[in-house]
Design a protein around this ligand. Structure first.
Ligand code: XIL
Length: 313
């Protein structure tokens, strides 16, 4: 009943949502909405390393396979998230190991995961959140132990495992102009100049309704000018609770603004929200006092933000 987002998107831009594995397995209403509105999906947690490989060489593909099967059954593309991150590193991976051993387990993880989903995952977040707020490389286990070359290595390993997958670098806080975006732009330019197979830049977009990013359209454009695709990968727009009509309207305008930025930039390939319903969103547990960040409310009723997206299409 009524128009759905995926039917209105231009054919060269996908609209996606992060998927909560628990609800996917248990809630028919959740599955129906996910299938109706979106033609792409991202695992919210199921493809993170700590979940995929709870013990060394001991994999659990159950939840990620379920998502891939659901996507195939519903004509949805799968966006793989995420191969190399400072977070969700399995507890059996030990920082004090010799450098070559650490590098070998990371390489094995990338190769095993990308190979398993070769031809089934259209794009991977190869590295996630590698930058610090000032635009330099983030201090992480990988930087400390492997040095800055881990980023190029990860892209090369992923490319070897699936030469057809689109390979993205993904980060937050770089949606608008600023030091972090400048740093990301420099990094991508240098990687490309070095022949590293980086095909796209993902902008997470964990935004606050009252703090819009600065000139996202112009910012996305200057990345596109590097010859890469861009994508909005994890959009949500949190509200300081309680909500009211004005806050929901500001939220709707910001969702719409971000969609417009993506549609305006020729190489923007996908627009993904980080969960579509307030019934399942990471915001309230990670940002105390905030919530109501999604397109649908907790009862799966569409909010003004969803109408605003429909209106933009
Ligand atoms: C979050 C999930 O939504 C939570 O369920 C989990 O507890 C922590 O990770 N940037 C990312 C995502 O790249 O992987 C994060 O997802 C949100 C921030």
């Amino acid at each position: 009943s009524g128009p759905v987002l995926r039917a209105l998107m231009p054919s060269n831009v996908r609209i996606g949502s992060a998927v909560d594995g628990g609800l996917l397995a248990s809630d028919e209403r959740y599955r129906a909405r996910l299938a109706a509105d979106f033609n792409a999906v991202t695992a919210e947690n199921a493809m993170k390393w700590a979940n995929l490989e709870p013990g060394p060489g001991r994999h659990d593909w159950t939840a990620s396979d379920q998502l891939v099967d659901f996507a195939q059954a519903n004509g949805q593309a799968v966006y793989g998230h995420t191969l190399v991150w400072h977070s969700s590193v399995p507890s059996w991976v030990v920082e004090g190991w010799p450098r070559e051993r650490l590098r070998a387990v990371l390489r094995q993880h990338v190769t095993t995961t990308v190979s398993r989903y070769r031809g089934k995952v259209w794009a991977w977040d190869v590295v996630n959140e590698v930058l610090a707020e000032n635009g330099t490389l983030r201090d992480s286990l990988w930087l400390r132990r492997l040095g800055p070359g881990y980023i190029a290595d990860a892209f090369r390993w992923a490319h070897e495992a699936d030469p057809d997958a689109r390979l993205f670098i993904n980060d937050y806080g770089a949606e608008g102009r600023g030091r972090k975006a400048d740093g990301l732009h420099r990094l991508v330019r240098n990687l490309r100049a070095g022949g590293v197979p980086v095909h796209g830049v993902g902008f997470q977009g964990h935004l606050r309704a009252d703090a819009p990013p600065k000139d996202p359209t112009g910012n996305l454009r200057r990345f596109a000018a590097l010859g890469v695709s861009v994508a909005i990968t994890e959009l949500d727009v949190r509200i300081q609770l309680p909500t009211n009509t004005e806050k929901l309207l500001n939220q709707a305008l910001l969702y719409q603004h971000m969609l417009r930025a993506c549609l305006t930039v020729a190489t923007c390939e996908s627009f993904t929200v980080w969960g579509f319903t307030d019934a399942s969103s990471w915001i309230s547990s990670h940002y105390p006092g905030y919530g109501a960040a999604c397109l649908y409310d907790e009862q799966f009723r569409p909010k003004p933000a969803r109408d605003a997206l429909l209106h933009e299409l």
